[in-house]
Design a protein around this ligand. Sequence first.
Ligand SMILES: *[C@@H]1O[C@H](CO)[C@@H](O)[C@H](O)[C@H]1NC(C)=O
Ligand SMILES: *[C@@H]1O[C@H](CO)[C@@H](O)[C@H](O)[C@H]1NC(C)=O
Ligand SMILES: [Zn+2]
Length: 494
Amino acid sequence: MLHFLLLSTLLLMAQADPFQLDALIQYVDSHQDEYVETLRDWVAVESDSSDVLKRAELEHMMDITAEKLRKMGGKVELVDIGDQELSDGTKIPLPKVVTAQFGSDSSKRTVCIYGHVDVQPAKKEDGWATDPYNLTEINGNLYGRGASDNKAPVLAWIHAVEAYQALNMELPVNVKYILEGMEETGSNGLDAMISQHNHTFFSDVDYIIISDCGWLSRKPALTYGTRGNCYFLAEVEGPKQDLHSGVFGGTVFEPMTDLIGILDTLIDSSGKILIPGINEAVAALTEEEMKLYEGIEFDLESYQRKIGVDRLMYSSKADLLAHRWRYPTVSIHGIEGAFSAPGTKTVIPAKVIAKFSIRQVPDMDPLLVEKQVSDHLNAEFAKRNSPNKLKVTMVIGAKPWVADLKDSLYEAGKRAVKTVLGADPDMIREGGTIPIARTFQDVTGKRIIMLPIGGFDDGLHSQNEKMSRYNYIEGTKLFVAYLHEVAQVWKVVI
Ligand SMILES: *[C@@H]1O[C@H](CO)[C@@H](O)[C@H](O)[C@H]1NC(C)=O
Ligand SMILES: *[C@@H]1O[C@H](CO)[C@@H](O)[C@H](O)[C@H]1NC(C)=O
Ligand SMILES: [Zn+2]
C-alpha cells in the first residue's frame, strides 16, 4: 500500500501541468526579444536556393534548423532527397529536408507543419534601405530577406512547441515538422520525398499545416485556396539566322510577327480568355461565395495606390477578389530571342520563344489546358499561312488547391484567432500558387489548413521584405493556441 502510494505520488509529480493559455501567452511575451534574436541569426544566413554558389550557406541553414529542433528533444532527421541537375549537366546534392517529431502518443492527433528556410535572392543595391541579411527593426517592423517568407513563421511554430516544453505543459497533439530548402526554386525533390515517405513519416499524420502566405489586410485571415499555374513556351522558328530588315523585310514571314499575332489571341483587353474550353471549365460562382467576398476587409483604392495604376480591371471589391482568387488569367512574361537591348537595331530574329502562364482554378485540369492551348495556338497559327514552325510546350502544370470552408480544421483556426487576436479572421484565398499544398493533398490524402501570420504588406520576394514584431509574436501565440484547438478536431469531416 505504501509502495503503491509512493509510486502514484511519483507518477503525479512527473505528470505535466494542465493547459493554461494565459501562462503560455505570458511566456511568449517575456521571450519575444530572444525570438527576435533567433530570427536575426536565421536571416543572417544567406540561404538563397536560386544561387548554386550559395549552396554551402543553404546547407548551413538546414543544419541550424535541425540543430534547433534536436536541442528541443525532437526526433530529427536530415533526409537526403537526391541531386539537382544544373543547366550544364553537372549534378550537385539538393539541400536535405529536415523532419522532426515531438511526441508519438497514439491517443493524440498528429499535426505536421510544413515550412521552408530558403529565401529569394537579395542585394542591398537592388533598392533595400537596410542590409537584407542583417535583421533591422524600424518602427516595429523587422526588415530582412526571408523574415516573412518563411523564416519567422517557421520559428513561430518552433517557439510554440518550445513554450509548452518550457512550462512543462503536455503538448495537446503530436507535432511533426517538414522543413525544406528549395521552395523558392520549385521544391525540387520534395514531391518524390513525400511519396517515398507516405507510409512512414506521413502515415500517422492527421493534418498538415502550412504557414507560407500572408493576410490580405490588417485583419487576420485563414487561407482556404490557392490558384495553380500552367506555364507555356511558344516557339516560332523561321530563317536559319537573324536577318537584316533592310535587306529581307517584306520578303519573309517574320517569326516575331507570327508570335505576337498568336499571343494576341489568348486574352482580350477586358480580361476575357479567348482559348476555347477554358472558361467553360471554371466552377460556377455561388451567391454564398460572392457574399463572402463582399464581407472581406480589402480596400480597392489603397490596392490601386500600392501598385501605382490609374484604374483596375474591376471596380467592385467582390469582382476584383473573385478575379484574383477564383478565375483563371493569362499573363505574358517575356520573349526569348527578341531584341531587348537599348538602341534601334533593325533585326528580324530568326527564332523567338514566348513565355506565358495561365493561373489555374477549380475545375480546370492542367492536362486538358495543355491540349486546349496547344490546339488553339496551332489553329491560330495555321490561319496565318506561314511557313515558319510553331512549337508549344507546357513546362509547369500545377493544379489549384481549395479546402472545404466548413472543415473543422478551419473552425479550430477561427477559435484560435478569436482567442488570441480578438477578431474573426477573413476567409481568403491566394492568387498565387503554392504547389506543395496540392501535392500533400493528392499524395498523402491528409486534410490541410493554411494558417498565415505574415502581414499584407510584407514585401515577399521584393526589396525591404519585413515581418512586424506584432505579427511574429502574436503569430507565435496564435500557433500555441491552435495546437490546443486542433487537438479537439474530429478526424473525420462531419
Ligand atoms: C547590422 O546592422 C547594425 C546597425 O546598422 C550594425 O551595427 C551591425 O554591425 C550590423 N551587423 C552586421 C553583421 O553587419
Ligand atoms: C498514402 O497513404 C495514405 C494512408 O495514410 C493512403 O490513403 C494514400 O492512398 C497513400 N497515397 C498513395 C499515393 O499511395
Ligand atoms: Zn514562401
